[in-house]
Ligand binder design. Sequence first.
Ligand code: FHN
Length: 500
Amino acid sequence: MKNIVKIALLGMSCLLMSQQSFGQWTGPKVKPTERVDVKYGPITPKHRTDADMEAFRNYGLGQFIHWGLYAIPGNEWEGVSARKGAAASEWIRTWKGPNAPKDWTTIYDNLYKQFNPKSFDPKAWAKQAKDMGAKYMIFTTKHHDGFALWPTKYSDYNITKAPYKKDIVKEVVDAYNAEGIDVYLYFSVLEWNNPDYFYKAPQNEAEQKKYDKFLQYTKNQLFELLDKYPTIKGFWFDGTWDQAWIKSYEFTYNLEKELRAKHPGLIIGSRFRNDEHGKRHFDSNGDILGDYEQGWERKLPKDVSWLDGNDWDAVMTIPPNGWGYMKDWSGLYTKTTDDILDMLMQTVSMNGNFVLNFGPDGQGKMHPGEDKLATEIGDWMKVNAEAVYGVRHVDLPTSKLGYYTQKDKNLYLTVFNRPVNNIARIAVPKNAKEVPVAAVLLANGQQLEVKHADIGLDLDKNTYYDVILPKDFQSDRAFVIKMEWGAPEKVADKLMDAKM
Ligand code: FHN
């Protein structure tokens, strides 16, 4: 009974945490009506225009890798699943409840003694990511368990103490860079097993002293990462939701400045810090803290207006939730290639980057399901990538058929819902100076007929361009129609609107 109450409480506090931390920034933005005094607000402009940020904006597709000690259990231990006892596979250290192994935390904290991934081949990972079409990757240097995959001077709980010994972060950075893929380092501030870590704000001088030690340690590690891996493009921060960190706004503000000074061009998302009023991601005036919105985790904005012009990324798991290796995918809905392509196109059509997560196993091998997805996504990208990279949102009425993207003079429609009449109808405002004038299928280079179709609905502000799909063109996946913009041939005479 006691345990049931504990689990219920844990569930409630997780829910509360997720509501508190995510509720306010992943919906339409509501700006305060009056501006508030904010001293520890944004450091960089809302829309950075430097080359590094432009590169970020153009990635389109990225890969996330969650790898650490949690890869060894893979969400189970001695045949018992942690599915109902831990929040996610990389959270397995927090496994509680009747099924949790005895002395589980101690077992977990000693897993590093067996971390010796014999099949780890960073070049193969990087090649796979490249073939999939990823332009950047985010790698977990250290997750909430605190185990560092690089030889940090500042903690003993690191890779040099594991039988593997070698600097995994370096191996990953070098391999991905060699494939031309930009690397971002995931860094969890939260550390479950660090005695100097505080969840609640320190209550007295002694506690503050301890937490200051933790803050200095965090700072040291971040500078160490910049020193050791100078080619990285940014940090992807996580575990920044606890009160002790929130109350350290002056420290985090200064730290952000120092990190940027040390590494010009560094990209930091909105999770890193908050203002002095405790507002995370966006300050009390609704202004973004950091270079891009970092709250789109396992969710996507409903429409582009929700983003208020901010840069953003969406990070996505393949199973419903679970970032680290999960041995057993059975009985779970795991996203299909079509699901992922749909989310990818939805994301880029709203100016975001879509980042797909992989959780390699304890030996360094990807899950076979991940291998399959990577191959299938890569096959699709080889044909259709120009509708993904460097594209922007299109300000046209939304299409029921799929998602628009644009680049230079080209408009792309990625069709997920093929119309039964084989007419892909593009709605364009009647006063548009540019309309689709030519179309081609990216799948096979076939030119398509484009016909003006003014369907004459009373009071309709749009006119229509019909792209005719060949009946004999079949596709098992979404396909892309590439259109060229040009001046409309002739403007049809306006028919009289009816009086009624
Ligand atoms: O708690 C983590 C989780 O394990 C995972 O790392 C994700 C990735 O975005 N971030 C946290 C929850 O927001």
